[in-house]
Design a protein around this ligand. Structure first.
Ligand code: SF4
Length: 640
């Protein structure tokens, strides 16, 4: 008997030359085709992972019986357009949508009549059962977690949480092997799970709302997947666990990964979401990764420091005292960390947001703060009408807010993100103020452009960090023709455009490659592009702090020379104060002692980039979490 043809669609953008392996679609097919009835009756024709031309995809398809779409915000519009075209050409083919962008309920079925079936939540078991139902082995109505059309109505089956986790691996079953020969031009990114589920339920997140307990994948599967990925020379490993480091065995997993790196040279980088209540275990993991040059930064997560907002989103954070202690530990061990905040959580105000940033920097977070706008996700608790009504949440659509993806080309179908721009404690103009402050702090402090001044002024003159950056904002607003005034004027306009429905939170600039830059990184690049002019102009602002003239001159020299720039493999300069050691002490969490002491500083930059595109990619994009935008390790100092 002729087998029925199945197509799986999980397209994503490219990130430079890098592509994500379609792990979600892969896990589903690996589980389904493990079933002998499915193996005998269905043929998997293709797993599509790129945003291919829709007409060509449909034309090349051979009599599709069922097409499964794995959807999230980065492919939702593309998937809908492709599904619609398939249905027009093949009216009898079954269109199934699953993935994080399929919210609870039947809204998608009602809005888009070309969709036949929705899978809510995890897909392995219901997808397999749907295929079995078309062999007469079971009925759709007996399969949990589905919505589907039946006789001009929609039917929803009940919710079931899955306890099973020993699913076959798509890597080990060979579903992606041919990608490497079909696409030698691409670098693939390897995504893996060591466990699935989350113990928490943060209202903005669509993982916790699945309410599944943590289930562990077998260690042997994890080891074999590492072997597969290292055999395929994959440089980047991303762990998709919700809380890596929450289980004792995660230290063993990291040791395994390090062993692979030491034997094979792969992976070169590892990234994950660490458990939110950072522990000694996570410190040990970060240290081992760092010792082996594999650390992309350890998360010290907060999301908000406002107790009201934290309560509203169901999150309990570590105390700021504990955070300060952790920062000291990580800084002393020179392990890069980053702290994430979410802008726009209900209960947050400008004051609480600004105060939160100030507290984090005072606690020693000089490396990296990533501030994300709160995205509205249909499967999150925040996605429900009750929650939105309760906290008076309004959202705005913007072009897909995915940093570092390549630009949409020609007639590319645009994708969108939906961000929170209003809550019961934040109106639109406050949203703009919070964003512009966030970009200012990230660009000038955590990407170091004026960081040494901010630290000096806090330490020597008790000027709060946030006061320094608010004054800088004021200066830029009143000096729109300066380098920084122009950049931040442009950003302000983009934010106002977002509110009026036409703006974006990413910026493309050919000088820096075909990459979507988050606005703080774009601002940094534009200012460094005009490095000398910026530092010549900013003296006017810095003199307003009554810094002694010799200190100001010296500190400015130090500040401008420590910012890494392209085509600059050697720098030498002399300061009359001990600024270098002063700041090294500060970064370790100690109070630095500023003394007049001649210091000869030489920088030999072995990691120098000759063009702006490489600089932007390797220093700003890849290197931001490790503070690669200042000279650190390559600095030698001689004091007199
Ligand atoms: S944000 Fe993290 S901890 Fe909170 S529900 Fe999502 S995955 Fe779990």
């Amino acid at each position: 008997m002729e087998k029925k043809n199945i197509y799986m669609i999980q397209p994503n953008y490219l990130y430079g030359k890098s592509a994500h392996l379609p792990y979600a679609a892969g896990t589903i097919v690996a589980f389904a085709w493990n079933n002998v009835d499915i193996l005998d009756n269905y043929e998997l024709k293709k797993i599509q992972f790129l945003r291919e031309n829709i007409d060509e995809v449909v034309t090349q398809a051979e009599n599709p019986f069922l097409i499964g779409f794995s959807t999230y915000m980065w492919n939702f519009e593309y998937n809908k357009a492709l599904a619609k075209r398939f249905k027009e050409i093949y009216p009898n083919c079954i269109i199934l949508f699953g993935g994080h962008h399929v919210g609870p309920g039947d809204e998608l079925l009602k809005s888009f009549d070309f969709i036949d079936i929705l899978i809510h939540g995890e897909g392995e078991e219901p997808f397999t059962q749907v295929l079995l139902s078309y062999l007469g082995k079971m009925s759709l109505c007996d399969i949990p977690n589905l919505s589907y059309h039946e006789n001009d109505k929609t039917v929803g089956t009940g919710y079931k949480a899955y306890n099973y986790c020993d699913y076959p691996s798509p890597y080990l079953e060979g579903y992606f092997d041919h990608f490497f020969t079909d696409h030698p031009e691409l670098d693939f990114m390897f995504l893996f799970e060591t466990n699935r589920g989350c113990a928490y339920d943060c209202s903005y997140c669509d993982w916790g709302s699945l309410k599944t307990k943590i289930r562990q994948f077998p260690m042997e599967r994890i080891r074999k997947e590492f072997e597969w990925a290292t055999n395929n020379k994959i440089e980047f490993f991303g762990c998709a666990d919700a809380n890596f480091g929450i289980l004792a065995r995660d230290e063993t997993i990291i040791d395994l990964l390090i062993d692979f790196k030491n034997i094979t040279g792969y992976p070169q980088k590892f990234q994950t979401s660490y458990a939110k209540n950072n522990s000694e275990r996570i410190f040990n993991i970060g240290k081992r990764l760092d010792d082996n040059n594999m650390n992309k930064g350890v998360t010290l997560a907060f999301q908000t420091l406002s107790p009201v907002a934290a309560e509203n989103v169901g999150r309990s954070n570590i105390s700021i005292m504990h955070y300060t202690h952790l920062m000291k530990m990580y800084n002393a061990a020179k392990i890069p960390t980053y702290t994430e905040l979410i802008l726009g959580l209900p209960g947050e105000t400008y004051e609480s947001f600004a105060n939160g940033i100030n507290q984090l920097i005072k606690a020693g977070q000089h490396h990296s703060i990533y501030i994300h706008n709160c995205e509205w996700l249909p499967c999150s608790t925040m996605g429900s009408k009750e929650y939105m009504d309760k906290f008076k949440i309004s959202t705005t659509f913007i072009p897909l807010n995915q940093p570092h993806m390549e630009s949409p080309k020609g007639d590319e179908i645009p994708e969108y993100s939906q961000i929170v721009t209003k809550t019961y404690t934040m109106d639109n103009s406050m949203w703009i103020d919070m964003n512009i402050l966030s970009y200012t702090v990230q660009c000038f402090h955590h990407m170091n452009l004026l960081q040494f001044f901010a630290i000096y002024l806090y330490s020597e003159k008790n000027i709060e960090y946030i006061d320094f950056y608010e004054r800088l904002l004021n200066y830029m607003a009143h000096n729109p023709a300066t380098v920084c005034g122009q950049v931040f004027g442009k950003i302000l306009q983009m934010l106002q455009d977002v509110i009026s429905g036409t703006g974006s939170l990413v910026y493309y600039d050919e000088r820096f490659g075909d990459v979507a830059w988050p606005l703080e990184e774009y601002a940094f690049l534009e200012i460094v592009y005009n490095h000398d002019k910026f530092y010549d102009e900013i003296i006017e602002f810095l003199t307003s702090f009554s810094i002694p003239a010799d200190v100001l001159k010296d500190l400015l020299l130090y500040q401008r020379n420590m910012i890494k720039i392209p085509n600059n493999s050697f720098t030498a300069f002399e300061t009359t104060y001990n600024f270098h050691n002063y700041f090294i002490d500060m970064f370790k969490g100690n109070k630095g002692k500023l003394i007049k002491q001649k210091s000869f500083i030489t920088v030999n930059d072995n990691d120098n980039f000759e063009n702006w595109e490489d600089y932007a990619r390797f220093v700003v994009w890849y290197g931001r979490k490790e503070s690669k935008n200042i000279y650190t390790d390559s600095v030698a100092i001689k004091e007199q």
